[in-house]
Design a protein around this ligand. Structure first.
Ligand SMILES: [Zn+2]
Length: 241
């Protein structure tokens, strides 16, 4: 066992102002001594995508915590800046975390519209290298598809299938899920492997769409599955109730 060393990152002594065990207060944050700023990485709480990176001063962090509106400090304009104040593309803050040495913050937000001033969903859309081929199996694929659906729902590009589904309304998509389920059953019954893979892909896609519309993430589903994992007699949804 290692001896616990005292450092500035230890959780502060609980006081009426600290949100709970393990929580930091503003005094524990390491703002840059020269500029008084701390870098902020902003993440889409629904898709997990990184949306942007900016800076905040102490007042901006305070305002973010008080109002749950993502607030930053513009280094070029030298003033506080509330995301979406002029564009309407606001960020509702779900939570704020400091990193291990408290010199960087993560805002997790529900983004309205595109995060980037260019109209892109995320500021990070300029690849420097080709993306690696997707992994084998489903690992990560559902998350990537879900992130794309979330992006399309935020930006509603013309000619986008997701935008078309959204315009048609949730009920029509739910009917589609029911139809796709029937096609999965049929393909399995016929032992048609190619058809079954295609129909399961259709079913998963439309299910992910419904999840995005309702605000359930793949992580939420994974949490339920992991909770059931390793329990004797894996329960199906029917018996689980
Ligand atoms: Zn941008």
């Amino acid at each position: 066992m290692t001896t616990r060393t005292s450092d500035t990152l230890s959780p502060n002594t609980p006081s009426p102002n600290t949100p709970g065990p393990g929580a930091l207060n503003l005094d524990a944050l390491n703002f840059d001594p020269q500029t008084g700023l701390i870098p902020v990485v902003t993440q889409d709480a629904r898709s997990g995508a990184v949306l942007m990176q900016a800076y905040a001063d102490r007042a901006a962090v305070e305002r973010t915590l008080d109002t749950r509106e993502a607030t930053y400090y513009s280094r070029s304009r030298r003033e506080q800046w509330v995301k979406g104040a002029t564009s309407g593309h606001t960020q509702q803050v779900v939570d704020v975390q400091a990193d291990c040495d408290a010199d960087s913050l993560l805002y997790r937000v529900v983004q309205t519209g595109p995060a980037c001033h260019t109209g892109a969903y995320s500021c990070y859309h300029q690849p420097l290298m080709p993306a690696q081929a997707p992994q084998a199996g489903l690992d990560g694929t559902l998350e990537r598809v879900f992130a794309t659906i979330t992006e399309r729902l935020a930006t509603l590009p013309e000619n986008s299938y997701v935008a078309r589904l959204h315009a048609g309304g949730l009920d029509r998509v739910l009917k589609k899920i029911s139809e796709e389920s029937g096609e999965v059953l049929l393909a399995a019954k016929n032992h048609d492997r190619a058809e079954l893979a295609t129909e399961v892909a259709d079913l998963l896609f439309h299910t992910l769409f419904a999840m995005a519309e309702v605000g359930v993430s793949p992580a939420d589903v994974a949490a339920v599955l992991h909770e059931r994992e390793g329990k004797t007699g894996l329960k199906g949804p029917k018996e689980a109730g």
